[in-house]
Design a protein around this ligand. Structure first.
Ligand SMILES: Nc1ccn([C@@H]2O[C@H](COP(=O)(O)O)[C@@H](O)[C@H]2O)c(=O)n1
Ligand SMILES: C[C@@]1(CO)OP(=O)(O)OP(=O)(O)OC[C@H]1O
Length: 160
């Protein structure tokens, strides 16, 4: 029987001025960007935590400590590649990823394909193995007030 594991991940970062907005490794034109130690790409962070969680390997803060200057401004897709290598070294491969970004603005639909392509390439997957959706929070709570952007992800791993 094929061995499978599932993991889930969540992240949220604050929206501020004078920061770029990077989601799924794609730069998006917007008057606000996400604050963080790295490039604050919440979607990529949620996917990494889901991959690690599936194998009980901890979370991204364990591998890329926010106290370590080495990760200041780091490209989250480069971190994703490292997490993928760890998964592969443990004998697992990704079956599929599904995710949702919670953002009141900007409209993300025009950028979803680019994000799927970028993350699929980084993970050596087909774009149809990387689901990315967007929703508003209907003006409710922090994401609804545009104080931040959040992302949720689930990842299915298959033993090689
Ligand atoms: N930042 C966003 C949020 C939503 N979308 C798209 O709009 C659809 C409707 O969103 P609701 O939150 O009103 O249900 C959603 O299904 C997405 O297709 C978007 O592109 N960017
Ligand atoms: C990505 C890391 C890298 O230091 O920092 P941040 O960009 O602050 O992101 P967060 O999700 O708060 O914490 C995880 C850290 O590993």
């Amino acid at each position: 029987m094929t061995n499978i594991r599932i993991g889930n991940g969540y992240d949220i970062h604050r929206l501020v001025s004078d920061r770029p907005l990077i989601l799924g490794g794609v730069s998006i034109e917007h008057e606000l960007g996400l604050l963080g130690h790295s490039d604050a790409d919440v979607l990529t962070h949620a996917i990494m935590d889901a991959m690690l969680g599936a194998l009980s390997l901890g979370d991204i803060g364990h591998y890329f400590p926010p106290t370590d200057p080495k990760w200041a401004g780091a490209d989250s897709v480069a971190m994703l590649t490292q997490v993928d290598r760890l998964i592969q070294d443990n004998g697992w491969t990704i079956g599929n990823v599904d995710s949702v970004i919670v953002a009141e603005r900007p409209k993300l639909k025009p950028h979803i394909k680019a994000m799927r392509d970028r993350l699929a390439t980084a993970l050596n997957l087909q774009p149809n193995q990387v689901g990315i959706k967007a929703t508003t929070n209907e003006t409710l709570d922090a994401t609804g007030r545009e104080e931040g952007i959040a992302a949720y992800a689930v990842v299915l791993l298959v033993q090689q």
